[in-house]
Design a protein around this ligand. Structure first.
Ligand code: PBG
Length: 326
């Protein structure tokens, strides 16, 4: 009888052997938990379209972060919901703004045991829901907006953010932020640039989470067109040249090719955002008993890591960390 020289199933025989030869790892230390903190609410509010997540009060945020840390999660990214929104989003850079006070709370609680990230954008703070200030024709004014981003970066760094993460997709935003941080001596603040961020319907549940309704138009004038692949390289190279320490691809599963491209292209760490819609689709199917949600979550995050992401922002952080054994 002839035996095949190479029998591929040999390396799949036991869990120990499979672990030994696995090319990709997934553990809690690679995950970043997105969290929402709201000003002026007395109790946390669940977010219907994002099961298991809510808008936090300052206190419930602290408790949630304690829980995450106990599960092995050591990085969080904060999104703020101000009590008042206005045309320019002023509370985004107010030292007493909701994200800034929450950053100080969490730094007090955890010191350097927690990597504190802050989403840096204006859409949660503007009454029109766009990621910047508007010109008379209703489009976003790039240069006026990046001046405001520079102010937000300073407020977040002053409040203790390890990482500021500009997500507005304005040209020159990383350079403006780096300059403002350097000017006041925040030499160690990390910039995680949402570098290749595509316009997608998958952000729907997130907009419920932050109470954002875009008053007119959409984000296609600043976020990338999903049909384009090489454009992502241009965005990433520009952000790295401007001083980004890490770059993000977003969303994740519909952009696995982009993640793989970017991992080849640059030597900075690559983040991917498994976004609200990607999470909620899994949870909705799981609630119906159609799939095992946690197992699919682990598969999604593993695939994102396999494509080349070093870290993953994900609403599955707690659930997956728990399943992986904390
Ligand atoms: C913008 C921002 C968005 C998300 C993160 N930062 C929304 C948008 O661009 O419309 C989406 C994240 C998600 O869907 O989970 N501040």
């Amino acid at each position: 009888m002839e035996y095949p020289a190479r029998r591929l199933r040999r390396l799949r025989r036991t869990p120990v052997i499979r672990d030994l030869v696995a090319e990709t790892t997934l553990d809690a230390g690679d995950l970043v938990a997105p969290l929402f903190v709201a000003e002026g609410i007395d109790a946390p509010r669940p977010i219907a379209s994002l099961p298991g997540h809510g808008q936090h009060t300052r206190d419930s945020l602290r408790a949630e972060v304690d829980r995450l840390v106990s599960l092995g999660i050591r990085s969080v990214i904060l999104f703020g919901l101000p009590a008042q929104k206005d045309a320019t989003g002023t509370s985004a850079w107010d030292p007493e703004g909701i994200v800034q006070v929450a950053l100080r709370d969490l730094r007090d609680d955890h010191g350097d045991g927690l990597c504190l990230m802050a989403d840096l954008c204006l859409d949660e703070y503007t009454d029109h829901g766009h990621c910047g200030v508007l010109l008379d024709d209703g489009t976003v004014d790039n240069d006026a907006t990046i001046d405001l981003y520079a102010r937000i970066a300073v407020a977040q760094a002053d409040a203790g953010a390890d990482v500021v993460a500009p997500s507005g997709m304005m040209d020159g935003q990383v350079a403006a932020i780096r300059a403002s941080l350097e000017a006041i001596g925040h030499h160690d603040t990390i910039i995680l640039a949402y570098a290749a961020k595509y316009a997608t319907a998958l952000y729907g549940p997130f907009r419920d989470a932050v109470d954002v309704t875009i008053q007119s138009g959409d984000r296609r004038g600043y976020q990338q067109d999903l049909r384009n692949r090489r454009e992502a390289a241009a965005e990433v190279l520009a952000d790295v040249a401007e001083g980004a320490d890490m770059v993000m691809v977003k969303p994740a599963l519909s952009c696995l090719d982009i993640i793989a491209d970017v991992a080849q292209l640059v030597d900075v760490p690559i983040a991917a955002y498994h976004v609200s819609g990607e999470y909620s689709m899994v949870k909705a199917a799981a609630e119906r008993g159609w799939i095992d949600g946690t197992a699919v979550g682990i598969e999604h995050l593993t695939a994102i890591r396999r494509a080349g992401a070093d870290l993953v922002l994900t609403y599955f952080a707690a659930e997956v960390a728990e399943a992986l054994g904390g």
